[in-house]
Design a protein around this ligand. Sequence first.
Ligand SMILES: [Fe+2]
Length: 733
Amino acid sequence: MRVLGANKGKTYFGKVLRDGGVAIIEDGKLIVAIPEERTSREKAAGGFVYSLSAVLNSLHITMNDFDLVVLSTCCESEDRARLGHHLEGHKNLITVNHHLSHAYKAFFQSGFDEALVVVVDGGGNTFSNIESENWWHLPREQHSYFVADKTSTRLVDRDFFNPYEVGFGELYRAFTYYLGFGSARFASQTMALAAFGMRDRFGKRYCIQITDGHLVVPLENDSNDPIGMVRHLGQTIGLDFGEPREPTEEILSIHRDLAAYIQMCVEDMFIEKLRWLKDNFPSKNLCLSGGFFLNCVVNGRIAKEGLFDNVYVPSAPGDSGQCIGNAIYGAVSHGTNASIYTFTCKKSEDVALGLDHTIDYPTLSEVLVNSGCQTYVTFEPQSLPTIIAKLVSSDTAVAVFEGRSEIGPRALGHRSILADPRNEHARYYLNQLKSREWFMTFAPVIFRDRCQELFDMWVESPFMSFAVPTKKDICDRIPAVVSKDGTSRIQTVERGSATFIGNVLTQFEHTTGMPVLLNTSFNRGGEPIVESLQDAVQSFSQAPINALVLNRFLVVKKLTPQFIELGLLASSYDIPIKIHDREEGETNFEGNTPYELIHWIQHNTGQIVFVRNYFPLYKEYIKLVDTHKKQTTTRFRPYSAEIPSRILLPLLETDDFGKPKTNKITRWAEIVGITYKRFGELTDEDANKDGFESTHAMRDKFTKEIYPGLKDKDWVTIYSIRWNDGGAIQLQN
Ligand SMILES: [Fe+2]
């Protein structure tokens, strides 16, 4: 059974909704989930036009291949989800309530037997079929509380469901506007600024009350006038919040304190509500869902209070994860064999559900060339995590594109920028790169088994969901990832995790002793997180960042001595190197540093440069090597000229013209000269030295088998080789 979950981009009456996306469950397994913004390239885009098209293409299926389509909406009634979009006519389309979808996502991904499930966001469905742009005039969902177990997910309580009531999501949004941050999307700025303020500037005069377990905010909602709402709230409770801040205005102490005040109010009152819920609906497990729980300071506080043994926040607790909730709801409630554990999601690798982007060198080089990045140098190191750990530990931030993207607003290692948390400057540099406010903090990724050494309290946080207090003596050691209030928004990783981020962390710990990396999402200010190879290269080309991982490749804009120290490049090339061009004749390269060589190649051939660190060789040709009938090896890479990482490179046998299956080194190739030629200018002598009878035989083999698509105008790299067994020389990178 194949189920599609998606959330609408517009209400039936035309209100634009945010954070769309699609998820697919196939035979009880979540196989893909991607937010709309990643494919439309519009930040926080709603709906599913681009994302649906992308997954259908990727999986080679059509809408007819879905047995069930589950849609949700908000700011209108639940059943309106079936109207006003291009899937309206699907044969088996059902709808799910907005908050119930959030609850399903959190509970079924938690792996708990039973739990109290709390959903808080800016608003879900209305309980009315009246169509109104002023949806807050209607009864609606804002806070919903469920009890879930193996057999049911049951609504047990709500807050703020009457017309005009203001829930925590709307309240926080209003303060975010008041503080000049523009929209609810920037609520994280209010949260970050709160760490710099005094929570007690206004005493303990809360703007939220709780009576008999029910939360009250003495304020009427006017979603069109959030600033007026805060002003009115201050007047009502007798507090002077000062004037609203203009977006360009300096941040003053009143603004910091106001951020701290609203953070204190929602935290303290939410804890009171949880106490009441726990008393009335006892459970040792708590699931938190809805966009409000992107507030990792609130989540950290809830964990710290210890009311529940286990607290689970899913990745993408906001509406970008709603597509998953919808799909799970469909799979669980409509006849699949899904058990409550089918969708358990507790590791960062469980949420790498984006599109599959295989990267081969021809595609990569074409994207690099089309992006105008001819001056970049590409490597394919053997031990990429070690190289990255060393680059990061020497203050080089590295952008990472690895495997499938993670769903959710936080990159967890697949679409990340990694930096050294020990370097305070990294925070300023990355805030500039991402056009963020100076006070925004970055998150550490850390091995779970070393959390106790670094933090006063910690919690399982694979999705960067909890801010926890950092030990005092540690704060100064990792200043780039500790907030002003001493907390860190941790991402915990299991030791031994075979993920790329886990491997880099292992190597970073090995190099520095510190089991922590700064991990932030790979995007520039205002951009969604990169999804495709093209997005990654474009973002990289325009950002002040020097190194980019693209699956097994490393692309570097500017070479520095550290690339020689890391063994990625020879310090000199004391061999004859020449460029042969029919019109220009033969040019001999006189320089001997890699920088000069690369510049010379790029200038003379217009090609990008790939640094080779081993020779794969088809086993049929090995005998030509052994009988000295092969003195050269001629290599082609689209749009590229090659240089070797050093003069002695290992020879790895292959079963065909592909990659070697093992790194077992049987022979070594000592490079004694390099010539760059256009393929059409190869002579019989070139062919003979490479072990071919004639240019005709060589051209036939090259264009039909080894390098299909190779044209006469393309540049090839000819290595003159002296073969030897290499003795005890080891492969270094
Ligand atoms: Fe929501």
